[in-house]
Design a protein around this ligand. Sequence first.
Ligand code: NDP
Length: 519
Amino acid sequence: MSALENAEVATKQNGAAAEQQPRERIAVENPATGENVGYVDDMDAAQVAAIVDRALAAQPGWEALGFEGRAAKLRELRRWLVENRRRVIDILVKEGGKTPEDAMLGDLWYVCDSLGFWGKTAHKYLADERVRTHSPMLLGKKVIVRHRPVGVVGVIGPWNYPLTNTFGDAIPALMAGNSVVLKPSEVTPLTSLLVAEGAEAVGMPNGALSVATGAGDTGAALIDHVDMIHFTGSTRTGRKVMARAAERLTPVSLELGGKDPMIVLDDADLERAANMAVQWAMANSGQICMAVERVYVEEGVYDRFVSSVVDKVSRLRQGEPGEPGTVDVGAMTFPPQIDIVDRHVRDAVDKGAQVLVGGKKAEGPGRFYEPTVLTGVDHTMDVMRDETFGPVLPIMKVRDAEEAVRLANDTRYGLNSSVFTRDLAKGERIARRLGAGNACVNDALMNYMAQEAPFGGTNESGLGVRHGPQGIRKYCSSQTIMVTRFGPKREPGMFPNKRVTAKVFERLMVLLWGRRRRG
Ligand code: NDP
């Protein structure tokens, strides 16, 4: 089935809403070739409302399946995705312009792993908690905290990882018993429609997982109807999402941009550090929120590090992604992004940076930016301060670790970070001083696979986390239940107020908290 047919088939699964006349169709383009690969509806607010109504109707039935029932359905969906892996990868490659390796590992692998992870852990993270309260006033009372689904969760996703950063965030929401409406980026909507096709094929209740296709307005409309919003995207749009959600006091979780630093110390394994820098600056053409966006290298190893990176980047193969093993760096997915990348490189060069590799848009019908290495950079340049989100690696020489930490923290972002040194204790000490929500020692990015641990940004990189207990509890509201089994007819302190009772409480207060502690 072609991507276009797939889009049409899957769009029908959005039911009544999709049967209405869409405002217009959005053309989906292969960024590596410029060819059209399908069309999707640009849904308006009424269509979004209808999809959310259907999701609301589906939610009680989905929740009633219980953890095991929902996990079983999601395991079937995982099998369906693996059986249909060629179609999934094909669509990811075509709408994203990424390599099949990136589609398989960065998108499909992650969600398959995640489907199993949340299937196994959701019941533990969301189990009722018996709370032993400290208060003497509550002696003999039972206190329980439970986590219940909010209802309908909206997930708005970006274009860089159309499966991981859209459906991936729906998995814990679904496991918690919510129904979910995805709003994929208008640039890469086909993958989400394919997942919806899979959900129908494995018999998930109609409406438990649906897709609202469209542009920014469609996402904004979704915020107006759902009970919780998870958003992944730029800091600029994240602010708009939060402001809109504030109108109905809808809870939000925001995974936003990053400007992730790497620090390389004199005693680092330089070969590993250089490989990590090149891999995680250039993978998916640098279009990763936690890509290595800037490197600080101690002066003693700076020249060797730079020459190793230059050698590796010069050998990268760029072009239209085809069979696995043929291309390392694919296309730039989002049309305006290539201009942002070029602007950062031009700004750096104008202010004195040297281009050691690449440095310009590549020729050809598709949208490609040459893998680029810059030196002679400093913090007056956009490339060191604003998110570039492209295949550009600026490397800066620093005197020592102190200067590296200071510069790494000179940012308004705080997503991921890394430090390379053979002195593990020192590495950990430096990691603890980095302002980012996540830090690696002798590694980069792979911390994202530790789904047991929270992953989230500080400052302008976001609010809330994915993964770990908080990564599923955010899709729930908590309810505290207190059960009194053997309550007296009248508790102390109840009406009528009596002088003697007030005296007893006053004495008690002085006894408990009014005395100076010894020692
Ligand atoms: P955008 O912020 O442009 O868009 C994200 C999503 O929001 C898209 O689906 C977009 O729709 C939608 N949208 C646009 N305007 C609105 C609005 N007013 N209300 C609601 N939704 C709206 O981000 P990009 O797609 O350009 O993604 C790149 C960004 O995502 C980078 O900054 C990157 O760092 C960040 N990111 C962060 C991650 C993290 O985990 N922290 C992971 C991956 C990416 P449409 O595309 O149709 O306009």
